[in-house]
Design a protein around this ligand. Structure first.
Ligand code: NAP
Length: 241
């Protein structure tokens, strides 16, 4: 389904990754102006309607400055997508505090920082919408990916809470939880023998555009009565715990 994102300005963090990039391209193709963020400028997409902006979301001051810069340059901010990830996985007993803290800082606190910086502008937009990339591991944990799974669970709860708090001010907040999606991240997990559960009901893995289409739907006016929700894009599969 094509949506109308003309005149909308949408900020994607983690846009150098497979799912962030696909989301940027899908939204730009439907008329959005997309600000594409990640730490490494050289990995960020740059095309018509896609503007790269290097930002490390572990740096609260840099995140605040980026939100202000976007609004100064483009006049508004209507949507945010957080799609960051760190490839930290392995046996529970081999993961140190520092490993856990890196995942928490980049994905959980990173999302908090980006949403917090964007919220005044999203409220001003009148059609503000946030989509947080979580993961199927958030309710069905991957044994070798417990830091990421735990953070994904926290994000699903955060989204539910933010949806409740900011709905009355016109801002919708939702999560998308992918299962195995064809991507370098999935290749790395499989190579390490720590891949996502392979038991999808639909033939898999899914494609980055499958996730991007869900992100676009939740950002769009067609999802105007949906907030605080978590949409699985995981091909179905075994019963969720
Ligand atoms: N692919 C899958 O099968 C799958 C499955 C379940 C859930 N997910 C979730 O979906 C999201 C996107 O997945 P993906 O496959 O696209 O991941 P990815 O390819 O690893 O991309 C993640 C991006 O996050 C960026 N990033 C990491 N730390 C950052 C920081 N501090 N500040 C700004 N950007 C940062 C990285 O760019 P830099 O290093 O340049 O900063 C990278 O481009 C993630 O949340 C992931 O956990 C994916």
């Amino acid at each position: 389904m094509a949506h109308d994102f003309n005149d909308r300005v949408i900020w994607i963090t983690g846009a150098g990754g497979a799912l962030g990039r696909a989301s940027a391209e899908t939204l730009a193709a439907q008329g959005a102006t997309v600000i594409a963020s990640g730490r490494r400028a050289e990995t960020l997409p740059s095309a018509a309607r896609i503007v790269p902006l290097a930002v490390d979301i572990t740096d609260a001051a840099a995140v605040d400055a980026a939100a202000a810069e976007i609004v100064k340059r483009f006049g508004r901010l209507d949507g945010v997508v957080t799609s960051t990830n760190l490839p930290i996985f392995g046996d529970f007993l081999k993961l140190a505090d520092a490993d856990w803290l890196k995942v928490i800082d980049a994905k959980l606190l990173g999302t908090v920082r980006v949403v917090r910086a964007a919220l005044p502008h999203l409220i001003a937009s009148g059609k503000g919408s946030v989509v947080v990339l979580s993961g199927r591991g958030g309710i069905e944990p991957s044994p070798q990916h417990l830091p990421g799974s735990s953070v994904n669970a926290a994000l699903i709860l955060l989204v539910r809470g933010l949806g409740t708090v900011y709905g009355p001010q016109g801002v919708r907040v939702n999560a998308v939880s992918p299962g195995p999606i064809k991507s370098p991240r999935l290749d790395a997990l499989n190579a390490a023998g720590t891949g996502a559960p392979p038991d999808t009901a639909l033939p898999g893995p899914g494609l980055p555009t499958d996730v991007a289409d869900a992100v676009a739907f939740l950002l769009s006016d067609e999802a105007r009565y949906i907030t605080g929700s978590n949409l699985f894009v995981d091909g179905g599969g075994r019963a969720l715990a």
